[in-house]
Design a protein around this ligand. Structure first.
Ligand code: C2E
Ligand code: MG
Ligand code: MG
Ligand code: MG
Length: 281
């Protein structure tokens, strides 16, 4: 009967919810262990000047090394956000990045900005700005070498609070990038009031190039008008690169140039003296 079918559906639904809750609880517990046991690591993806092909910065991207496998942030960051453990994980990412900036200066006399991703909940947390300032002081790094990437959606959750925090970060000298730009619904009038330094065109719009270029063009024009630096994400082929160059996009990242790399590999490919010589030619 319809009633029996309905009740079956309900118990199926309930079972699914219970399983999902159980998975979440297990993941939360193992994220705690992961922090304690040092199971997280950062990969680094270079950002390039599209004209000179020189590395002008990089993005730190977290990975979870669990039982010999690398787990993607897509599968644990959402859980970390739901459970609040994103706060200490996010802090770890920032501290780790500060250490790397310091090491590159010490070991190679090399300085490029590292961008860290800041989750919505982490951005909303009162400790974020004081933590970042404190870490920059502790590791003696100059603030413009650390950039925070905040998604457009996080910024729009509470625009007034966002403006206050961004103002504090900008005054202190940190870089501020709006990540995944174009995927949210920010009104352009708000955008004008946000003290940001960079907009990152979401990969989805770069992958449409050169055929579907309306959104990428609009973002590039907007960036020019607001005097922001624009970074194109997810450049995978020469046609996309060519279009971006032709349309005055200066900075980009993507598999066409390099995938995110473990620290040592990044250093070998982009920093060590040997590579530096090759790149200069
Ligand atoms: P995102 O910040 O937009 O990072 C860009 C993602 O695109 C990265 O995936 C990167 O590996 C990938 N990517 C770069 N170039 C290409 C390309 O040419 N083609 C394709 N198909 N993909 C490309 P990843 O590392 O898996 O990170 C996914 C998302 O997870 C990030 O998106 C970011 O939202 C989040 N995430 C990563 N690390 C952290 C972190 O430390 N904290 C927080 N809160 N979120 C993070
Ligand atoms: Mg990012
Ligand atoms: Mg992005
Ligand atoms: Mg993204």
């Amino acid at each position: 009967s319809a009633k029996a079918a309905g009740s079956n559906q309900w118990s199926f639904f309930k079972q699914q919810m219970t399983e999902r809750a159980a998975v979440r609880l297990r993941t939360e517990a193992s994220l705690h262990d992961a922090l304690k046991n040092n199971e997280f690591l950062l990969y680094f993806q270079p950002k390039f000047d599209l004209n000179t092909h020189k590395v002008v910065g990089c993005e730190a991207l977290i990975r979870w090394q669990k039982d010999g496998r690398l787990i993607s942030p897509m599968s644990f960051i959402p859980v970390a956000e739901e459970t609040g453990i994103i706060i200490p994980i996010g802090r770890w990412v920032i501290e780790q990045s500060c250490k790397v900036i310091r090491e590159w200066q010490r070991k190679y006399n090399y300085a490029i900005p590292i961008a860290v991703n800041v989750a919505s909940q982490q951005f909303a947390d009162a400790s974020l700005v004081p933590d970042i300032k404190q870490l920059a002081i502790r590791y003696q790094i100059s603030p413009e070498l650390l950039e925070v990437e905040i998604t457009e959606t996080s910024l729009m959750n509470d625009v007034e609070q966002a403006i206050i925090k961004l103002e504090q970060l900008k005054t202190a000298g940190f870089g501020i990038a709006v990540d995944d730009f174009g995927t949210g619904y920010s009104s352009l009038s708000y955008l004008r009031h946000l003290p940001i330094t960079t907009m990152k065109i979401d990969r989805a719009f770069v992958s449409d190039l050169p055929k579907d270029s309306a959104i990428a063009s609009t973002i590039l024009m907007l960036g020019q008008q607001l005097d922001l630096s624009i970074v194109a994400e997810g450049i995978e082929n020469d046609e996309q690169l060519q279009w971006l160059k032709d349309n005055n996009c200066v900075i980009g990242q993507g598999f066409f140039f390099s995938e995110p790399l473990p620290l040592e590999e990044f250093e070998q490919q982009f920093i060590s003296a040997k590579t530096a010589k090759i790149l200069q030619v």
